[in-house]
Ligand binder design. Structure first.
Ligand code: SIN
Length: 433
């Protein structure tokens, strides 16, 4: 069973969906999702989406992003991110994204290392709302077909030209031949013992890039979010306690009830202080205290966190929340230009699996959904313009003799070997090392 399509999109998080929706409606678009359609990191994002507060804020937003990223960022990509942030939030508003508002005006919150309040949000489930908003648009696009529970095992290629992907669904392997392939395969957290990510996200995009000599970048840049709900079960995904809780005034305290850090420093810095505090106090976690806030406010502003903590025996209006850092985001990935173009012809990459260099060594809070929006929009504009001149390349199936596990193990091994080469210190954090 071979499928022929104009554009293959691998992944159905924000980068995949927003790409598909911004592609021309006369193109046949095929999307695949490794798990269920919304089993992606987008749907887990809580805090919000950063946006410049008008053109006067662009320089400050750029500076905040660079400072958080330890100035290892690609400055050109950062400028694009800030400059094109507003038009993408406007586009979401036009899709009836129900952002929280104060008297009809967008409500902006604060998160770590932002100099001002510039994060638009929907309660503490911005990502879920974004995923739902984009998915709602899909049925009206008759040119888009989505296959769930469909894993990409490898790309199809001839020389250095991508021609689609080898996939597996319900134990049946098949080729999806495409003029353009978009890798929007998400993050790497499924390879870590403690991560806020979906378990099924195991660096597939980057592994396949490594295997096919496609350029990758900054593999050592991995972000640990300071505040995941602490429990000692390493086999469970860690529940995020959004940075916006600290943005709204939440305080970090140690086991003796003492504050030990400015909560709104960049993420990597707060994480470092927490690890030090845990070491100094011989404990496995610290606490995030919001007990001084009104219970009604907490229930309304952070309904998901309130409910999840209650299910775990913590009423956050009465007791501090036990938290500890967990792997959260991958700043490295498949090297791309500012249109998401990879080093392989006809292959683009957007979102967490790509590396525009925009985040530097440490991503500024709430810049991930924004990056996905801005760069997938730019990339798809370019694809729309050029695709009519791109022929379909017919490639024979590379080999249908291997099973899914063979490819998955191989992909994991290739990625982990490259990662550990750059970050030997991370070995103990990985599941299979
Ligand atoms: C959070 O809400 O803390 C996560 C948002 C992000 O990763 O930027």
């Amino acid at each position: 069973m071979d499928i022929y399509t104009d554009v293959l999109v691998i992944g159905t998080g924000v980068s995949g969906l927003y790409s598909a929706l911004n592609l021309r409606e006369d193109l046949k678009i095929t999307m695949i999702s490794k798990g269920k359609i919304d089993q992606c990191n987008t749907a887990l994002a809580q805090g919000g989406i950063s946006v410049a507060r008008g053109t006067n804020d662009i320089d400050l937003f750029v500076n905040d992003t660079l400072k958080a990223g330890s100035y290892k960022n690609d400055i050109n990509a950062v400028k694009i991110l800030a400059e094109e942030s507003m038009e993408n939030i406007d586009a979401l508003c036009k899709m009836d994204f129900d952002f929280d508002r104060d008297n009809d005006e967008l409500s902006y919150t604060r998160e770590g290392a932002h100099s001002i309040n510039r994060i638009v949000h929907y309660k503490d489930k911005t990502g879920k709302k974004l995923e739902e908003t984009l998915l709602k648009q899909i049925p009206s696009r008759k040119n888009i077909t989505i296959f769930e529970n469909c894993t990409m095992l490898d790309i199809l290629k001839k020389d250095n030209v991508c021609a689609g992907a080898l996939c597996i669904k319900d134990d049946i392997q098949f080729n999806i031949h495409a003029k353009i392939t978009i890798m929007a395969a998400g993050g790497i957290g499924g390879l870590f013992r403690n991560s806020t990510n979906q378990k099924i996200l195991t660096a597939d995009g980057v592994a396949v890039a490594l295997k096919n000599n496609i350029k990758v970048k900054n593999l050592g840049y991995i972000q640990f979010h300071p505040t995941a709900f602490f429990n000692s079960n390493e086999h469970e995904r860690k529940f995020l306690i959004s940075e916006s809780v600290r943005g709204e005034g939440g305080k970090l305290i140690n086991c003796n009830g003492n504050r030990f850090v400015d909560e709104l420093l960049p993420r990597d810095v707060v994480t470092k202080y927490i690890y030090e505090e845990e070491k100094n106090t011989h404990t496995s976690n610290v606490y995030l205290d919001v007990t001084f806030m009104e219970e009604e406010f907490l229930k309304n502003r952070f309904p998901t966190i309130y409910k999840k903590c209650l299910e775990n025996g913590i009423n956050i209006s009465k007791e501090p929340i036990p938290v500890s850092p967990a792997q959260h985001y991958f700043m490295g990935g498949i090297e791309v230009d500012t249109f998401g173009k990879t080093s392989m012809e006809n292959l683009f990459a957007f979102g967490e699996c790509s590396c525009t260099g925009v985040h530097g060594a440490n991503r500024l809070a709430s810049n991930s959904l924004l990056e996905a929006l801005v760069f997938s929009k730019r990339g798809t504009k370019k694809i729309n313009k050029n695709i009519s001149n791109i022929p379909m390349i017919n490639i024979d199936s590379p080999s249908l003799n291997y099973d899914k596990k063979y490819y998955e193990d191989l992909n994991n091994k290739i990625f982990i070997e490259s990662l550990v080469k750059e970050r030997g210190d991370i070995k103990n954090e990985l599941v299979n090392c």
